[in-house]
Design a protein around this ligand. Structure first.
Ligand SMILES: Nc1ncnc2c1ncn2[C@@H]1O[C@H](COP(=O)(O)OP(=O)(O)O)[C@@H](O)[C@H]1O
Ligand SMILES: [Mg+2]
Length: 315
């Protein structure tokens, strides 16, 4: 009679197969676990890289702030005396002009030889042209000085990082008064929509924040200049422990590359005289000072939204 005992080979085979299946399952579990861990790691890594880019940017802007404070201070002195000298020169030039007109008047009455000499001098020195050109030169110089003064003023407010002058204030009131200030600039050019929900007062420097609103609204106006129904929408709301102010426009928008550059001091896409490129750099440094955040969401030819987040319990 055949033994009922199992074939030892079969037993061994089954045992080995079970063990292999078990090992395979274990391996698969581990592989899945590893895959998930790897994904998490990749996510953390890209998060870190983003964080690092932001930190570098903060660092760069902070360094620029310190540098520009020094430069602004250095330029301010010569700027002051150049401006005051130009004022004196303008007065002196009036005397010169009177002298020139007088010479021309008395020319006929002079003895012949003196007449010849004087008219020769006037001609050789091209004094008629010079007298004509002087007012234009002075006006251009004044315009140039005005621009430099504006840049210096901007640099100084960019570099300012004092937390003094803070008080509890209502941002909605700040937005309203900024709009009043800009009334003539905006009226008839752009439609303003307001979704200003009441928000709690926050401790801040209201003048600085009004400057933020002003810069953002002016930029929005510039961006909508070529649009058929230019609209700027201003909204406020509370989100958790923050107040949110949003300034949106339906203007030209910005490419992703552009969005990365706009907070850099002196970055501008506008022609000389229209933009100094300091507006958003100042906005950024003021929001940083207030422990806030500013974000851009923008699409080319669609429009742009700047979102400002400020902590309700800021110092
Ligand atoms: N709302 C906006 N829509 C489109 N582009 C904008 C907007 N705001 C800012 N920009 C871009 O950012 C640049 C920098 O802005 P800013 O720092 O205020 O300097 P400026 O206005 O003097 O050029 C602008 O030249 C423009 O290209
Ligand atoms: Mg600007």
């Amino acid at each position: 009679m055949m033994s009922k005992e199992k074939d030892p080979y079969e037993v061994a085979y089954k045992r080995e197969r079970d063990a292999r299946l078990h090992a395979e399952k274990l391996l698969e579990d581990k592989a899945r676990e590893l895959y998930l861990k790897n994904q998490q790691l990749e996510e953390s890594f890209s998060q870190l890289k983003k964080q690092q880019a932001i930190m570098l940017n903060h660092e760069k802007l902070a360094t620029l702030g310190t540098l520009s404070a020094g430069i602004a201070h250095e330029i301010n002195n010569p700027l002051a005396f150049v401006s005051s000298n130009i004022e004196s020169l303008q007065l002196y030039l009036k005397s010169y002009d009177r002298l020139y007109q007088h010479c021309k008047q008395i020319l006929d009455k002079l003895p012949e030889s003196a007449q010849l000499q004087l008219s020769e001098l006037l001609k050789n020195e091209d004094l008629e042209y010079i007298t004509d050109d002087i007012p234009e030169l002075v006006a251009d110089t004044n315009e140039g000085l005005k621009r430099v003064t504006e840049i210096i003023l901007n640099l100084r407010s960019f570099a300012r990082t004092q937390t003094s002058d803070r008080c509890s204030s209502d941002l909605v009131a700040g937005i309203e008064s900024t709009l009043k200030l800009l009334n003539s600039e905006l009226k008839g050019h752009v439609c303003i929509r307001k979704n200003l929900d009441p928000i709690p007062e926050i401790t801040c420097n209201p003048n600085e924040l009004n400057q933020v609103f002003l810069n953002l609204i002016i930029n929005a106006k510039h961006a909508t200049q070529e649009i058929s129904n230019p609209t700027i929408t201003l909204s406020t709301r509370v989100e958790g422990q923050n107040v949110i102010v949003e300034i949106s426009d339906n203007g030209c928008g910005m490419s992703e590359e552009l969005q990365k550059e706009v907070f850099v001091p002196f970055f501008t896409t506008k022609p000389v005289g229209k933009g100094t490129g300091m507006g958003l750099a100042i906005v950024y440094s003021i929001i940083q000072d207030h422990q806030g955040e500013i974000l851009i969401s923008s699409e080319e030819n669609q429009g742009t939204t700047f979102t400002i987040k400020l902590p309700i319990d800021s110092i």
